[in-house]
Design a binder for this molecule. Structure first.
Ligand SMILES: Cc1cc2nc3c(=O)[nH]c(=O)nc-3n(C[C@H](O)[C@H](O)[C@H](O)COP(=O)(O)OP(=O)(O)OC[C@H]3O[C@@H](n4cnc5c(N)ncnc54)[C@H](O)[C@@H]3O)c2cc1C
Length: 494
């Protein structure tokens, strides 16, 4: 048995290299464009490089007390915050601050918040479900959490079902498998069938944490299922789409080292042993499924108040620098566009800070951020995502879309012409101009940039879901009373 100090040491010492080694040892169950591949395939490197930041920055002074935190569980010691269950307002504030800072290094999504957002939701729902059903869901989850924290495990969250006809509920679909469900209860576990789509990171995660996708009705207990399995589990197939930017030969840079993996996950009558089942789809459990769906979304939208502020920081940085190189940074319309980006970043960030300060403590001990602030912050970020890209496209001009290839820019014959004619302000070297436009081009004009933009709208739930969450929790009647008071209408008349 390891002492707390030894465990502590081990957590800190698990490096990105260890994480990479673990991936290499996993069974190949990834299907990519007609091939079955292992996790050593270099197309996955972009996403692995991003996750690696969450290990590599642990001792960086900028991330002191942000990336590492004391576990609330006795004997575990310091852990990576991407495995932490928020106990205080300060935890929520630091999670948001960590997310904003580390996403700047990733050049976008850090890819590791989905897993821990699902774990925070499970901390609450398994606690309630155990108290109300007597099934040891929280006891199992607590054991799972200890391992998750001690081994600094990389998890993802598989929430989004394929959903079939959107106008129909899960139990009304022509094919009942269009939402993941339990098809058999056994003494030693459950068997599940279905598929989850759009699951970021799964191919480079060690664990897949599965939650329901929506509120469920009493006819839908079989869909109230939550569990966690290693990502290479038997009868689980990952159909993976990879986005990396075009390879660089002459101008390597951090942005070009990073990428994304999205996954369509198929559960082919998959057995899940009891110790990994956190909601088993038994009679009466539909209510817990719904709560879990909402709570994952809530924690994820709080994470968005950090990552989307970072995404604006990045676009704003590109916009300001390109304007400086072009010699127009002080022009009125440029300043106004930069101010608009600053407003977006800081309002979204402020909503996350407010959500943390207005958080409530659940009986399980976990802090729940304020739902209205989380959702208005996420909504504001989503509404402005494409608009910020438009502002950057405006300020950068057309060159991100038409930039000559690197080999031409550095070619012996053609290169000197391009280096002469790409120049903006005389004191900015042509190579810097090229590097900046190449990176803006990757952000705005690549397939990665396109995927990131759609994620900016739909990640954490489509915009209508944010409206529903906001309207459900907001006191509109109170506002009607104000209107009646001001208009001199008596309070008890309609
Ligand atoms: C890049 C990316 C990464 C993602 N990562 C993850 C992840 O890691 N894990 C995860 O679980 N999910 C993830 N998602 C999924 C994301 O949460 C969903 O895309 C989002 O919830 C929308 O679901 P959908 O894609 O099925 O679209 P749909 O639900 O089909 O929505 C399309 C439109 O139809 C509307 N609509 C749908 N149903 C109804 C209805 N009943 N009534 C009225 N209007 C309706 C929606 O409001 C929307 O306008 C990711 C998505 C993207 C794009």
């Amino acid at each position: 048995m390891e002492t707390p100090q030894e465990l502590n040491e081990k957590t800190h010492k698990r490096t990105s290299q260890d994480y990479r080694e673990t991936l290499k040892q996993m069974k190949p169950n990834i299907y990519i464009n007609g091939e079955k591949i292992g996790r050593d395939d270099e197309r996955l490197d972009g996403a692995i490089n991003i996750i690696s930041l969450t290990f590599d920055k642990i001792d960086d002074p900028e991330f002191k007390d942000l990336l590492s935190v004391e576990s609330h569980i006795d004997g575990i010691g310091r852990i990576n915050r991407f495995t932490h269950i928020h106990q205080t307002v300060d935890d929520l504030l630091k999670k948001q601050e960590l997310t904003r800072r580390i996403c700047r290094y990733a050049g976008g999504c850090i890819l590791r918040c989905m897993g821990i957002d699902a774990m925070n939701g499970l901390s609450i729902v398994t606690h309630r479900a155990e108290a109300m059903t007597g099934r040891p869901y929280n006891e199992r989850w607590q054991k799972y959490l200890k391992n998750f924290q001690k081994n600094n495990v990389v998890g993802c969250c598989a929430q989004t079902d394929v959903k079939g006809d959107r106008s129909l509920r899960p139990h009304q679909q022509a094919d009942p498998d269009l939402y993941l469900r339990v098809i058999e209860h056994r003494d030693d576990g459950i068997v599940v069938r279905g598929a989850k789509n759009h699951i970021t990171v799964a191919a480079v995660a060690e664990e897949i944490i599965v939650t329901p996708t929506r509120f469920l009705t009493p006819e839908e207990d079989e869909y109230a299922v939550a569990f966690a399995i290693p990502a290479d589990w038997d009868k689980v197939y990952l159909v993976t789409r990879v986005e990396n930017v075009r390879k660089r030969d002459y101008t390597p840079c951090p942005y070009a080292e990073h990428g994304d993996v999205e996954n369509f996950i198929i559960f082919d009558d998959t057995f899940i042993p009891n110790e990994r089942v956190f909601l088993g789809g038994y009679e009466g459990e539909h209510q817990f499924g719904g709560w879990l769906a909402l709570l994952f979304a809530l924690y994820h939208r709080h994470s968005y108040t950090g990552c989307k502020a970072a995404s604006t920081d990045i676009k704003m940085g590109f916009a300001a620098l390109v304007s400086e190189y072009n010699g127009v940074e002080d022009k009125k319309h440029v300043q106004s566009k930069l101010a608009s980006m600053i407003s977006n970043a800081e309002l979204v960030n402020a909503a996350g800070i407010a959500a943390a300060h207005k958080a409530t403590k659940d009986e399980s001990g976990t802090m729940i951020p304020d739902p209205v602030f989380c959702n208005v912050g996420r909504k504001h970020a989503g509404l402005n995502f494409y608009h910020e890209a438009e502002l950057l496209a405006d300020l950068a001009g057309g060159l991100p879309a038409t930039l000559p290839y690197e080999k031409d820019f550095f070619d012996e014959k053609i290169g000197p012409f391009l280096q002469k004619y790409i120049k903006r302000k005389a004191d900015v070297p042509a190579e810097n101009v090229y590097k900046l436009f190449r990176t803006i081009s990757d952000a705005l004009c690549s397939s990665l940039g396109g995927v990131v933009a759609v994620a900016g709208v739909h990640g954490g739930g489509s915009p209508a879901m944010e409206d529903i969450a906001i309207l459900k929790q907001y006191d509109i009647d109170e506002r009607k009373k104000i209107a009646k008071y001001l208009a001199g209408i008596s309070d008890d008349s309609s």
